[in-house]
Design a protein around this ligand. Sequence first.
Ligand code: WTA
Length: 687
Amino acid sequence: MAAERETEVPEAQIAVHWREEAYVYPPAKFIGQANASDPAILERFREERFPECFKEYADLLSWDKYWHTTLDTSNPPFWKWFVGGRLNASYNCVDRHAAVRPNQAALIWVPEPEEERTESITYQELYRRVNEFAALLKGFCGVETGDRVTFHLPMVPELPVAMLACARLGVIHSQVFGGFSGAACGGRIADSQSKVLVTMDGYYRNGQLVDHKVKADEAVARAREEGVEVEKVLVFRRHQGQYASASPMVEGRDFFVDEVMADFRDKLVEPVSMPSEAPLFIMYSSGTTGRPKGCQHSTGGYLSYVAGTSKFYQDIHPEDTYWCAADIGWITGHSYIVYGPLALGTTSVMYEGVPTYPDAGRPWRIAERLGVTTFHTAPTTIRMLRKVGPDEPRKYDYHFKHMTTVGEPIEPEVWRWYHDVVGKGEAVIVDTWWQTENGGFLGSTLPALQPMKPGSCGPGVLGVYPVILDEEGKEVEAGSGRAGNMCIRNPWPGIFQTIWGDPDRFVRTYYEKYCRDKDSKDWHDWPYFSNDGATQAADGYFRILGRVDDVINVSGHRLGTKELESAAVTVEEVAEAAAIPVADELRGRAVEMYVALKPGVTPSKEIEDKIALAIQTEIGAVARPKHVWIVPDMPKTRSGKIMRRVIAGISNFGDVGDITTLANPEVVDEIREKVQAEKRAIGEGPS
Ligand code: WTA
């Protein structure tokens, strides 16, 4: 067990150690209009009121049949919410608003090229488009309720349309982040056994029209290798009547949506009334072992939870212009670009491209032009905008009332720039901590009622009761200054239902560690283990330190070390590989790869490039390592386990810890000299 633990690199080890920060209070103007400004709401969600308190969230939705049981705990930890209820997510996000405010914009899409027109899609127009695409999926692809459909789409309005079309039919969608490679998409197609892939010919990124369809061919080939045959590939076109890809359309398999659509124009499809516990979508996330985890989210619980948190934490009002600058390919986009905001009938802005294209003023021009009231982004983007355009926000006449940060810990200095410069001191900030598995926020301040503290997400959100546990399961006291494992004591409606096709792994990863009694049907015995490290201040505010499992968070994207290492060893010269996180000014963390070559192979720049390319091909450009270090041998324990802690220490110019138990302690100095000398030479050494 001890040897086992030695191989882990808790990110907490290289986390910044912050000092305690002073509170920052929300502006009176914000409080005056907030959805939650009466402290009575905190009373209503007190633990004694759990789980019935969540009726308040469920009542934000329109149910075809009202539910009878709030929380069913009969088969732990497979919790069921709002049992007996029936509803349709597409109806809740589209039809009911189109009926009363048909001409309000549901989505505003901003293309990356600035000369291209911004597109406004009203609720009525969204209703038509969702119906037509649902009719096409059903009539042309023959998909049925319960089937899975994979999307590999960029940030275009076709993506929320396709999601809501699936939801209308009770079909489970699985969107793979557009920046991921064809191979990564193919693996996820195979895992979910999708017969249909929806993609696009190309999209704009940093001024380039990227060929995207080519990835569909790779995805289909990879899925086939893994035993799943994709029957149809639906291809949207970025520019009508043109084709942005060099890859040929495969006869009988690939179809342009605009051509097939001719038969489905203006067709309407009744929303299928789904049981509350029916799965709505799968979202893949990296985990401790190589295979990505398909997090399966429910219809009633999930939608209630994202509607409730959007209302009280994002403070969304229908008349707001809300811009979440995440990618819909991540959970943040699912919950807080599409399902939450649309369930509340607001106007949700989507942007196709890179925030700094063509310059660092772009986001602020968009905000000014569209009158954005609410802005949501990630620390990595904030750091980048601060670096390349620290004074840009001052040049534009926009006024946010509310801003969000999500995805990584934010440094207090960066937080202050966000608050003072981006928010012009007028906006409240919520730092929301949560995960793909969670559906919605778990840790955050309630913006009008709880003061902000730079670098801390705040206390548990309404109806969520977190606790920090040590390795033995004992509570780590608030204010003790000690770190431990961030856990949630209770279930909540947005919690994922299971890992698609692998319920054992679901139980093992999230519940086994702290379960008090496997036979118990009482939720108190089943705390949820988040796999994040954290500390709690005396005031109850949490500070998240990062992952304790083998996951590296690059720019808010979770990458499994095992996935990265498996990709590196696909290069035939490579014998062994280890991925470690290094602190990175812009991306928070970046990946460095250490590799040992097979006997007789001479190290070369060419091999380093091959490894970087293999990672890019298998996973995607986000995963491309910052450096590939070819080393004579990996530092190893006597039982042969690679000591990632040691190489992480070297790459980060930190402590390598005790190396006396290594089988080959002599390699440590050799590696350190090489790596640190090269890093210093290119200005990456400690300042
Ligand atoms: C990290 C993104 C600090 C954390 C919604 C978590 C954060 C992982 C925060 C989940 C935050 C997310 N402060 N760290 N506000 N939000 N994280 O699944 O390590 O892409 O476990 O979900 O990001 O990443 P995921």
